[in-house]
Each structure stands twice: as C-alpha cells, then as structure tokens.
Write a protein of this length. Structure first.
Length: 237
C-alpha cells in the first residue's frame, strides 16, 4: 500500500456543491488511485450504509467512515467511535418540535447512530443553523454540536468530528502518516486537518477550509478531486 486518500463525498466527488451526482472524472480518479496502490476511504456526513455501499460498488473495497467520523466500517464490523450517542436521537426530536416546521429529520436518521441530520425548509441554511443552536442553548444541551454540511444540519456530541474516524482507520490499517491525504470542500471537513498531514481543498471549497489546506485545486468539486489525483498518480483526468 503506497498510502491512503480519505475523501468527502458531497461537493468533493460530485459535479458541484449543489448536486448529488458523482462526477465522471472523480469516478475514474478513484479507480486510478486504487490501481496505483492507494487505499481510498470515503469520509462523509452520510449514514454508514450509504457510504459503505458506495465504496463497495465503486470498487474501493468497502472501508467507510460515516456520520462525520462517528461510525466506521473496518471491513468486518461497525465501530462506534464517539460517546453519548444514545442521547442524540432524543435531541433531534426536541429540535424538530422546537423549530416549529423549519426543521425536519432526514430519512437517513433511521440508519444513523450518533450524528443526526436535519433538513431545513422555509428558512436559509444560516437561519436553520441559528435556530438549531438557539434551541440547544435553551435546553442546556451544551454537549451537542451543530454544524452544516450544506446539505443538512448535523448534530453530534461535541468533539466528534471526521478526525476521530480517520485516526481510528489509520490505526486499523497501520498507515504511515507521511502518505496520507484528506480531500474536502466544506467547513465540516475542517476536523480532517487534525488527523491528516496533507489536507486538500477542491477549488470551490469554503474559504475557511482553503485557508487550512496544504493544496487547493484549480478546478471545483469532482474535477478538482481528479486534478489532485492526477498529480498523485499518473493518468489523464
């Protein structure tokens, strides 16, 4: 194994940050990385079954990190990486009730363990995040963190980010830190910085992520991922 690439999905492998369609160039890049001897592990806010399924059917081997680092599949079993997960489902229901129609639970919450996703309606993304944090403060849930992936508001135990899952997977695979790369597009990918020696931001990433990145691609989203991969291994994106 030459090394590993940990990659976000939405906005990083898709055609753009508003789409859920995987970019053709990114798909080819994923396979080229695997052919060249790199482990490719998807790290997403999506539920673990979604991430594991994508990894398996795209030929990446099935290793997966879901729920923004809270849970992972190591090839044999599901590992819950964060604490106090059993309370998060209750908090999600309180938030939906308190938001009075502005928030609703994602269908994926049926399959989530530690990071609940809430969709907003009738309000902006920033407005939904403000509502969520206000209710959390009112109910005294200071141990719960709320972030936005651009697709949903995610609530999880404080300190439970993508770095937690990445560190555990690095340990499981026995990887050398010098050959590890992480690729993302959003503020929710910032925790990757704490676990990855080399952080990559696609060209249309949030400014906060670009500031922390070692590499910023010229191209956006999936084509930016392919641009990075082509520099790591030799192929035409």
């Amino acid at each position: 194994m030459k090394g590993a690439v940990f990659t976000d999905i939405d906005g990083t492998l898709t055609t753009d940050r508003q789409s859920s369609v995987l970019d053709d160039a990114a798909l080819r890049a994923l396979r080229e990385l695997v052919k060249s001897g790199y482990a490719v592990i998807m790290v997403s806010g999506n539920s673990l079954p979604v991430v594991r399924g994508l990894s398996l059917y795209l030929g990446l081997g099935g290793l997966a990190i879901g729920e923004n680092g809270a849970v992972l599949f190591d090839g044999h079993k599901v590992i819950i990486e964060c604490e106090r997960c059993e309370k998060i489902k209750e908090i999600a229901k309180v938030l939906v009730q308190g938001a009075k129609g502005f928030l609703e639970e994602s269908w994926q919450n049926l399959f989530r363990i530690c990071d609940m996703a809430l969709k907003w309606r009738g309000v902006s993304e920033d407005g939904a995040l403000r509502i969520t944090r206000k209710i959390l403060m009112e109910i005294g849930a200071d141990w719960v963190e709320a972030t936005s992936s651009g697709y949903a508001i995610h609530i999880h135990p404080t300190g439970c980010g993508k770095d937690r899952g990445i560190r555990r997977m690095i340990q499981i695979l026995g990887l050398k830190t010098g050959s590890i790369y992480c690729v993302g597009d959003a503020v929710s990918d910032i925790p990757m910085r704490r676990a990855c020696p080399k952080l990559v931001a696609v060209g249309n990433a949030d400014p906060e992520l670009k500031e922390l990145a070692d590499i910023v691609t010229e191209k956006p989203s999936g084509k930016g991922f392919a641009e990075f991969a082509a520099k790591l291994v030799t192929f035409k994106p």
